[in-house]
Design a protein around this ligand. Structure first.
Ligand code: MIG
Length: 782
């Protein structure tokens, strides 16, 4: 067993044996420039170095043959020709862009990357790239004592991943997710290093089972894969935000979600009949609790056959969906990849007839056991099959469905390995490849098929897709929920760093099952979790069969009132959310952020797990344990204001904060602003009172912010039908000046102006709007 882990290259091991295990790629023999970049012939292998941007370099090593630059499932851009300065010295080759210098030592091949005339980004010392007879590849890099590591997709444990070791192999894990439960459902082989306030990223684009070891060695970390090429991108940052912009430039960004998808979702495994769903919807409206989406879990289907409804339980789904839509509620059905092996079921018939299912090399269809019993699995690696699957969604979109929930797409199979036989041979668009190599992208490609299919069918409306499994780039198609958590306080605690690290891995739209999926929830946990959920990008309450029901009203009025308050608050904050999501779709930045993203030089933020930011100026410090009504909160530099009671806190310090069960500590940075719009009704959701609350700073401060709005559900914004206001707020000791710097787009919102409300103005300070003196409550005309 030890042989299979990177223990095999432990520096303490006998070096003679080690050399047999991993073979260094050796010296550079020849180096040339070609159309795609620089190619190096080494003693044992070929390496290519190419550039995508002055701050992004890609390094590819093929241990068995010619380097393949075109086999990514995840990368959306091509290498770019740009001015590169080359210098060849006796022992080193230097390649310089405007931003960075890649230094390749020739004997043996070792790579270091620096900022031009600046800091070291990555460096290799005794070890660099190596491979084994069995196909394994490894990269070793120097670990600095000041390094902190983040990202890695969906991982349990704390925010800072220094001292951790993670594997990427998409897995259905129903067992409790605890700090050592790994891997989970997503594989995002990307991480960010923060070193003395500066950040860089590494994306290891390898779809085999990969391992990142930030633990076992004192002076180096490694990433390795069971097979395939070494293929990685270094993104030079230097800020955490730039790293994310660079990573999402490579792997793509989230499309702007529909507003309704940002609202509150209610789910349960399962609401089992039309009556139950109607009663649920009615109850929300009666109790005056906003809801945008009701999810239908597997019981809606006829014998768990995807693309069917059970006629007894759901006699008229189209009517049900239309009636709910009239109440302001959308229906999102679950769709699993397994297709029941049933010769009388058209989807199975078509799949067999058109040769759409995953097969063995010998031609037998792979059959695995899932909910639907013995089932076949579409081969999403084939474009033709993705199209077929996408087209099948007409079944749902014709009924008025605008969103779909993909589950079990690791793919999960009920057997010992929990997944498809790794010997299955995917067609892979003419380049047959085993499941062993493509396992980690099955969910991503199912997402692509589903998203593209729905998009085509929705006549210009934005589809919503929720997925459990994915790979780097999943943000292009889907929102991610973090799978089968439990109704434990520990899982509420763990969800914060998990969702923050997903955000740091390009997935801005993510969240856990609020209230907890497995195990029985309890009223206090549900309340505290809903408070956090209201400020988490994806906000869905979901629970498992056999557990206590956990809809907002299940535990009596006292709790219901608090839950209602926070779900409404989600809607009051919608203009803020929507603007942040727009920015996320444009730049790839997370919406829910660890504090270090805004304060990268403040070490106190480097492993802060129980606080987070929404955007760049709102800090949430929730209560995450039972019976607790006081907690320590760390405030980064600057002044902060409690959003509800207006109390001020001086930054650079820890303060004790009090929060009764109905209170969530929310703090706004002084000198900044937030946008709000009251909740009106479930049908209308938002009102016409767009308000900007400005939190005056008495110290000099400049804050730029944006208001983004559009129709909330179509792609018309792509043709200019949106409203974008760039605002600047300048505070000094005698004034708070607000200026509209730029207005863009042709969208006419239902509000005519923005109401401005300045909070915390000192005696001597006055308000100036677009150059004119005004009161602390005033308006900006649009
Ligand atoms: O193996 O569809 O994570 O959210 O309710 C269980 C039933 C299958 C797992 C998902 C969960 C969903 C459940 N599914």
């Amino acid at each position: 067993m030890l042989e299979d882990t990177s223990f095999a290259i432990h520096p303490g091991n006998n070096t003679a044996t080690e050399a047999i295990r991993f073979c260094d790629i050796g010296n550079v023999i020849e180096f040339k420039r070609n159309s795609q970049g620089y190619s190096f012939r080494c003693e044992k292998v070929h390496v290519v170095v190419c550039f995508y941007h002055p701050s992004i370099v890609r390094i590819v090593m093929n241990p068995t043959g010619k380097v393949d630059l075109n086999d990514s499932k995840s990368v959306v851009v091509e290498p770019k020709n740009m001015p590169i300065t080359e210098k060849e010295m006796s022992d080193t080759i230097l390649l310089q862009t405007e931003e960075l210098e890649v230094a390749i030592r020739k004997q043996p091949f070792r790579v270091s990357i620096h900022e031009i005339n600046g800091r070291v980004i990555v460096r290799e010392k005794e070890r660099g790239m190596a491979f084994r007879e069995n196909g394994e590849v490894i990269v070793c890099k120097e670990k600095f004592t000041t390094d902190h590591y983040y990202g890695f997709g969906e991982k349990s444990g704390f925010l800072d991943k220094r001292g951790e070791k993670y594997e990427m192999w998409n897995s259905d894990v129903y067992a409790p997710h605890n700090p050592e439960t790994d891997p989970l459902y997503q594989s995002i082989p990307f991480f960010m290093t923060l070193r003395q306030g500066k950040a860089h990223g590494i994306f290891f684009d390898n779809t085999f089972r990969t391992t990142f070891d930030m633990k076992s060695y004192n002076n180096m970390y490694t990433f390795r894969a069971e097979g395939g090429q070494v293929d990685y991108y270094v993104m030079a940052g230097p800020t955490p935000k730039e790293v994310l912009e660079q990573y999402t430039f490579i792997t793509g960004r989230m499309p702007l979600p529909a507003k309704w998808a940002l609202g509150y979702h209610q789910s349960r495994y399962s609401y089992e009949s039309e009556e139950e769903v109607r009663a649920l919807a009615k109850k929300f409206v009666e109790q005056d609790i906003p809801v945008d989406v009701i999810h239908l879990d597997i019981h809606y289907m006829n014998g768990y056959r995807v693309f069917t409804f059970d006629k007894n339980r759901f006699p008229d789904p189209k009517k049900l969906i239309a009636d709910l839509r009239d109440m302001g509620i959308r229906v999102v059905p679950i769709v699993d990849p397994g297709v029941k092996k049933d010769p009388e079921y058209t989807i199975y018939q078509e799949g067999v007839r058109d040769d759409n299912f995953c097969k063995y090399l010998e031609d037998d269809i792979y059959i695995g056991e899932v909910w639907s019993g013995k089932s076949a699995f579409p081969d999403f690696t084939e474009e033709r099959v993705r199209k077929w699957w996408g087209d099948k969604h007409v079944f749902y979109s014709d009924m008025g469905v605008e969103g779909v929930w993909n589950d079990m797409n690791e793919p999960a199979v009920f057997n010992e390995t929990k997944t498809m036989d790794t010997a299955v041979m995917h067609r892979n668009d003419g380049n047959p490849t085993t499941h062993r190599a493509l396992h980690n992208v099955y969910g991503l490609l199912m997402g692509e098929a589903t998203y593209e299919g729905l998009k085509e069918q929705l006549n210009g409306k934005r589809p919503f897709l929720l997925t459990r499994s994915g790979y780097a780039g999943v943000q292009r198609y889907a929102t991610v929920w973090t799978g089968d958590n439990r109704s434990f306080w520990e899982h509420l605690q763990m969800s914060l760093p998990m969702v923050m690290n997903l955000g740091l891995s390009g997935v801005a739209f993510a969240g856990p099952d609020v209230g907890g999926f497995a195990h029985d929830t309890n009223p206090e946990l549900l309340v505290r979790w809903t408070q956090v959920g209201a400020f988490t990008p994806f906000f869905r309450n979901h629970s498992a069969i056999g557990t206590l029901y956990q809809e907002p009203w299940q535990f009596g009025e006292e709790y219901e009132d608090i839950i209602r308050k926070y779900i409404k608050m989600r809607y009051e904050w919608m203009p803020q959310w929507y603007t942040l999501f727009r920015q996320a779709s444009e730049r790839g930045l997370p919406v829910m952020r660890p504090l270090f993203m805004e304060y990268p030089t403040d070490e106190k933020t480097y492993n802060l797990n129980d606080q987070f930011m929404v955007g760049d100026n709102v800090m949430i410090a929730p209560i995450l344990a039972p019976a607790v009504t006081d907690r320590a909160v760390y405030f980064p530099e600057g002044g902060w204001v409690d959003f509800i009671v207006g109390k001020e806190f001086e930054g650079g310090k820890v303060h004790l904060v009090h929060a009764e069960l109905d209170q969530l500590p929310i703090f706004i940075k002084k000198g900044t602003a937030v946008l709000q719009n009251p909740y009106i009704s479930n049908k209308e959701k938002q009102g016409t009172d767009m308000t900007m609350h400005i939190f005056a700073s008495q110290k000099d401060a400049t804050y730029t912010c944006m208001l983004y709005d559009d129709d909330g559900e179509t792609f018309a914004f792509e043709n200019g039908t949106y409203l974008k206001l760039d605002l600047e707020i300048i505070s000094t000791k005698d004034q708070v000046a607000v200026e509209v710097k730029r207005k863009e787009g042709t969208y006419q919102p239902s509000y005519q102006d923005i109401k401005v409300n300045v909070i915390g103005l000192s005696e001597g300070q006055h308000v100036i709007i677009n150059g004119a003196k005004s009161g602390k409550q005033t308006t900006i005309n649009l």
